[in-house]
Write a protein that binds this ligand. Structure first.
Ligand code: FAD
Length: 292
């Protein structure tokens, strides 16, 4: 199918994009990489009257590394983020997760911001944003505001972004600890498909190998990807024995609200959540210990 007819405007600057959104917000959609928007229009799941193309706005495409935060412009391509070795050293979960996003052709066009605004509960980048407690800067004509990932994702394919707002920057916290490890994994029908269930974790250890900081989360098993900061706190001060890990992962899985579809039952998704959470936590811990 072809999409219905629409008006098209290419914004030359963030100000112009915000001006256009203030004029057409309710009937407009921002076009970034087009990897989700264009198929949805072709299937007529979306019928925006206006497309506001932000893909050529250079000030939305950057990676800026600071001591405690890595900032990425919303229109930075997924492949650019995946290939940046310095960013991968500071926020390793990003590269690990991006390896599971579609295929190289999709990552060549798809943007970091587009994936976050699309807010698919199975998508990898929203899960990383939740685990790391990323902050998202959005802008309207009236000015900017900053949201936590937790506040940004409000439901399946739904965010707190207002119709006249444009996501401009994502701030990824950088853990200062020298001995930090992370891991990301998922189960999908085929490599490159959206995850049935995905899990990611980041762990830091001290010189004795004891956990001093931990974060983990699960995607594809609730209306939004979910992080578990309180459960992760139980791992701090321990050396990650298997019984504790399983218990923490089981509790996380029990707190999820997985749905059922043609790919997997809710019970299977819950089972996967526990298994994958155990695996990524163990793997992140092992990597952190090896980095001592
Ligand atoms: C075959 C295929 C397989 C895929 N597999 C996966 C996968 O396994 N995992 C995965 O995570 N993704 C997958 N994707 C989706 C891909 O990652 C998309 O690139 C991403 O979801 C959207 O990014 P985009 O830049 O293409 O955004 P677009 O498609 O241009 O936009 C997506 C949505 O976000 C809005 N938007 C985009 N940028 C902004 C902004 N800065 N401010 C406000 N609104 C904005 C748009 O209006 C639209 O509603 C797949 C896509 C395809 C076609």
């Amino acid at each position: 199918m072809k999409s219905p007819a629409f008006e098209y405007a290419r914004a030359a600057s963030i100000d112009e994009a915000c001006e256009l959104l203030s004029q057409h917000g309710d009937s407009a959609k921002v076009l970034a990489g087009g990897q989700s928007l264009v198929p949805m229009m072709a299937f007529r799941l979306l019928r925006p009257h206006w497309l506001i193309d932000i893909s050529e706005i250079a000030p939305l495409q950057y990676i800026a590394l600071e001591t405690d935060v890595a900032r990425t412009g919303a229109c930075t391509r997924q492949c650019t983020v995946q290939c940046d070795a310095t960013l991968a050293a500071q926020v390793p979960l990003l590269r690990q997760a991006l390896a599971f996003v579609g295929h190289a052709q999709i990552r060549n066009r798809g943007t970091i911001g587009g994936s976050l605004v699309q807010a698919d509960p199975s998508a990898e980048l929203p899960l990383v944003a939740q685990i790391l407690q990323a902050r998202l800067v959005v802008r309207a004509k009236s000015g900017p505001r900053t949201l936590t990932a937790e506040d940004f994702f409000t439901g399946p394919m739904t965010t707190a972004l207002a119709p006249d707002e444009c996501l401009t920057e994502i701030q990824w916290p950088v853990w200062p600890d020298r001995s930090t490890g992370s891991a990301f994994t998922e189960v999908s029908r085929r490599h490159g498909d959206f995850a049935m269930v995905a899990a990611g974790a980041q762990v830091a250890v001290d010189a004795a190998g004891q956990c001093i900081r931990a974060a983990f989360g699960v995607g594809g098993a609730a209306p939004t990807p979910v992080a578990f900061p309180d459960l992760a706190q139980r791992l701090v001060g321990t050396s990650f024995n298997q019984a504790l890990l399983r218990d923490v992962a089981q509790q996380a899985a029990a707190a999820l609200e997985p749905g059922a579809d043609t790919h997997a039952s809710a019970a299977y998704r819950r089972h996967l959540a526990a298994v994958l959470a155990t695996r990524v936590l163990q793997s992140a811990y092992d990597t952190a210990r090896a980095a001592r």
